[in-house]
Design a protein around this ligand. Structure first.
Ligand code: FAD
Ligand code: NAP
Length: 339
C-alpha cells in the first residue's frame, strides 16, 4: 500500500480554508498505522505535521514536508467510582461529538466546552477553554507516542504543564509527541458554571424544570452560533489572539484614557484584558481588506472570505499587533499555530 500521497491540497484540512499543498500527505487510524509512519525515514527527516481538525492552524505557505491526519476513533468508560467516570477518548474523535456523548451519558464537566471545533487529541495542546471551563479541570491523563523514540508514555495533568491556552506540547515539547488518547474525569453529580458571559441569560429563555448539563450545553451552543462564524461557511480559526495578561499598572494607565476598559483579575498584581476590546477600540472590528478581514461580530476572529492567502491573514495579524502595541503598550500573542 502506498503510505503517502504527493502534492495534496490542504484546503479541506484547515478551517481557514487556505489553499496550500502538502508535499506528502497521509493519515492513520490506529497505533500500528502510526508506528508504520514513524518508521518511515521521510517522517523522521522531513518537516512533519500531525493534524486533527485543522481548526487552530494558519498555513502561510506550501507545507514542504509530511502532513499526517489523526483518524484514531473510539470512546471507552475505563473505570468509575462514587464521584467520577473516567472516560478515554481516542485522539481522532471529533471534540463536539465527544461532548455530546458525555452529555447523553450524564457525564458532567465539559458541557461549557460544547461546539469547539477540532479533535479530542488537540484539546490538551492549548488546554482548550470557554465560558470559565478548561480541559485541565476535567483532565485525568493522556497517552502519547514520542516521534523519534516511538515509545508510548502517559502524562498526568502536572506533567502537561497546563496554562492559559498553553501546555508543554505547545512549548517545550512542541512537535515531539503524537497524542493518541485523552482520559477525562467527569462528574456523576454536575456542578454548573453559568455565571460566565450570557449563559444564565440564555438559560432563562428556556423553560427548565430542573437545571441540567444538556441545557447548559444548548445555551453555550446558542450563544456561539449567534456570535461566531461557522468555519463551514466562513474560513476562520476561532480567536486568533490570546487575551493578554498584564500588570495592574499597565491596565490602570489604559483606564485613565479609556474609563470603560474591561479587565478580569488574575491575581493581586495582574489582570486579563480582553484582546477583542483592544482590537475593537482601535477600529479593526469588521474591517475587510480584499478577501480577508476581522469578523464583524467578534474582533478576535480573523476571517477568510474566500481565496485569501495565509500570508495575507498573517500580515493582517501583524498590523493589528503593531497597532495595539503602539497605542496600549501591550504585545498581543497569536493563539493560532502558524505554519
Ligand atoms: P489542529 O488545528 O489540527 O492542530 C492544532 C495544533 O495541535 C497543531 O500544532 C497540531 O500539530 C497539534 N495537534 C493536533 N492534534 C494533535 C495530536 N493528536 N497530537 C499532537 N499534536 C496534535 N479553542 C478554544 O480553546 N476555545 C474555544 O472556545 C475555541 N473556539 C473556536 C471556535 C471556532 C469557530 C474555531 C474555528 C476554533 C476555535 N478554537 C477554540 C480553536 C480550536 O478549535 C481548538 O484549538 C482545537 O482544540 C483545535 O483542534 P484541531 O483538532 O482542529 O487541531
Ligand atoms: P465574551 O463572553 O464576549 O468575553 C470576552 C472576553 O472576556 C473573553 O475572551 C473572556 O476570556 C473574558 N471574560 C468574559 N467573562 C469573563 C469572566 N467572567 N471571567 C473571566 N474572563 C471573562 O467572549 P466570547 O468571545 O463570546 O467567547 C466566549 C468564550 O468562548 C470565551 O471563554 C472564549 O475564550 C471562548 N472562545 C474561544 C475561542 C478560541 O478560539 N480560543 C473562540 C471563540 C470563543 P476567556 O477567553 O479567557 O474566557
Amino acid at each position: 500500500m502506498q503510505l503517502f500521497q504527493e502534492n495534496i491540497s490542504l484546503r479541506p484540512y484547515n478551517t481557514f480554508g487556505i489553499d496550500v499543498n502538502a508535499k506528502l500527505f497521509s493519515s492513520f487510524a490506529n497505533e500500528d498505522e502510526l508506528m508504520a509512519l514513524l518508521s518511515e525515514k521521510t517522517v523522521q527527516t522531513e518537516q512533519r505535521l500531525f493534524l486533527g481538525g485543522g481548526s487552530n492552524v494558519l498555513f502561510t505557505q506550501d507545507f514542504n514536508g509530511v502532513v499526517m491526519i489523526n483518524r484514531m476513533k473510539g470512546i471507552e468508560l475505563i473505570k468509575e467510582d462514587d464521584t467520577y467516570y473516567y472516560v478515554k477518548a481516542m485522539a481522532g474523535e471529533v471534540w463536539h461529538q465527544f461532548v455530546m456523548y458525555c452529555i447523553q451519558h450524564d457525564m458532567a464537566g465539559i458541557e461549557n466546552l460544547s461546539l469547539i471545533p477540532g479533535s479530542v487529541g488537540a484539546s490538551p495542546m492549548q488546554n482548550i477553554g470557554a465560558y470559565g471551563v478548561e480541559i485541565k479541570d476535567v483532565f485525568h491523563g493522556l497517552e502519547a507516542i514520542h516521534v523519534k523514540e516511538k515509545a508510548k508514555r502517559f502524562f498526568n495533568a502536572t506533567e502537561c504543564s497546563f496554562g492559559y491556552r498553553e501546555s508543554i506540547f505547545k512549548r517545550k515539547e512542541k512537535d515531539n509527541w503524537v497524542i493518541t488518547s485523552v482520559t477525562f474525569r467527569l462528574k456523576k453529580r454536575p456542578e454548573f458554571h453559568t455565571t460566565y458571559g450570557a449563559i444564565q441569560e440564555e438559560l432563562d429563555k428556556m423553560t427548565l424544570d430542573k437545571m441540567n448539563i444538556k441545557a447548559v450545553s444548548q445555551a453555550v451552543i446558542n450563544i456561539r452560533q449567534s456570535k461566531l462564524p461557522d468555519p463551514k461557511k466562513l474560513g476562520n480559526a476561532g480567536s486568533f489572539f490570546k487575551n493578554p495578561v498584564v500588570d495592574l499598572t499597565v491596565y490602570q494607565a489604559i483606564k485613565e484614557k479609556y474609563p470603560n476598559a474591561p479587565c478580569y483579575p488574575i491575581d493581586e498584581h495582574q489582570v486579563k484584558v480582553p484582546a477583542g476590546w483592544l482590537i475593537e477600540t482601535l477600529g479593526w472590528k469588521g474591517k475587510r481588506i480584499e478577501n480577508h478581514g476581522v469578523h464583524e461580530k467578534q474582533a478576535l476572529v480573523l476571517v477568510n472570505y474566500g481565496g485569501s492567502t495565509g500570508q495575507q491573514i498573517y500580515d493582517l495579524s501583524t498590523a493589528i499587533i503593531d497597532d495595539i502595541h503602539s497605542t496600549f503598550g501591550i504585545t498581543l500573542e497569536r493563539e493560532v499555530n502558524i505554519y
